[in-house]
Design a protein around this ligand. Structure first.
Ligand code: PAF
Length: 249
């Protein structure tokens, strides 16, 4: 096993999904660095930033027991000294998630770039839950010859099918039941099925539901080899997103 760094960047509030990323990192290396930094640049609303759950001591305990060798919670100044290079995600950063969260992907790539500069990992592990983020990071690494191997890990779901997310703690039990509509919608396997299923849940406010081509992140065509359903929306002020592979041709 390598002793090159396997890196798991997080914003904390660790759940079982993050712990799977850490376990995957541990399979790749004995040196597993987990960063905890709530990146203001990728929040478009100060309210969402303020409400983002924080629990450094709980996170540290969980990360260490999942196999992390170092937990790193940098300060704002460490990540953003006076002069930093802002990274643009380009056109892909302005569709779907990016259309609803202006500047989100530029902020995300800017922090990932800084974290990679400071940690110098050989591997970095990202969850499929944020599928557009994963696509954008892989594209940026490829196009800029960044010497980091991006490893993806499948979304972890609760028994009832809800994708784990740090934001789920803000859902009441009945809102959580409503949120299950997302998983049911994705399980239909096509756009019409997604839209009609989502429309059955009055609490769910849709941002987008689409079937995309995994290679291009454009709307899938009959020629798309790998397709993925993507959904995002709101339940009582809590933003939820999820995705699911929709088979190949
Ligand atoms: O997926 C996340 O938690 C964040 O977007 C990341 C990659 C840690 C950057 O802040």
């Amino acid at each position: 096993m390598s002793d090159a760094i396997a890196f798991v960047p997080t914003m904390g509030a660790l759940h079982a999904g993050h712990l799977e990323l850490i376990k995957r990192a541990r399979e790749l290396s004995t040196e597993v660095v987990v960063s905890i930094f709530v990146n203001p640049l990728q929040f478009e609303s100060s309210e969402d930033l303020a409400k983002y759950p924080r629990d450094i001591s709980g996170d540290t305990e969980k990360a260490l027991s999942a196999g992390a060798s170092r937990i790193w919670a940098p300060t704002y100044q460490e990540i953003y000294p006076a002069e930093i290079e802002k990274i643009s995600a380009g056109a892909i950063g302005e569709i779907f998630e990016g259309r609803h969260r202006t500047g989100h992907f530029d902020g995300m790539l800017t922090v990932v770039h800084r974290l990679f500069e400071l940690v110098q990992p050989r591997y970095a592990i990202f969850g499929e839950k944020d599928f557009q983020q994963l696509f954008i990071v892989k594209k940026w690494v490829r196009e800029n010859d960044i010497p980091v191997e991006i490893i993806s890990a499948p979304t972890v779901r609760d028994k009832d099918g809800l994708a784990l997310s740090s934001r789920n703690v803000r859902l009441s039990e009945s809102e959580r039941q409503s949120a299950l509509v997302i998983n049911r919608a994705l399980a239909t396997g096509n756009k019409e099925g997604m839209l009609s299923t989502l429309a059955t849940e009055p609490l769910f406010q849709l941002d987008y539901a689409e079937v995309i081509d995994e290679e291009s992140f454009e709307v899938a065509t009959p020629d798309s080899e790998f397709k993925r359903g993507i959904v995002a929306g709101w339940i009582n002020g809590v933003r939820l997103l999820d995705n699911m592979a929709m088979g190949s041709n």
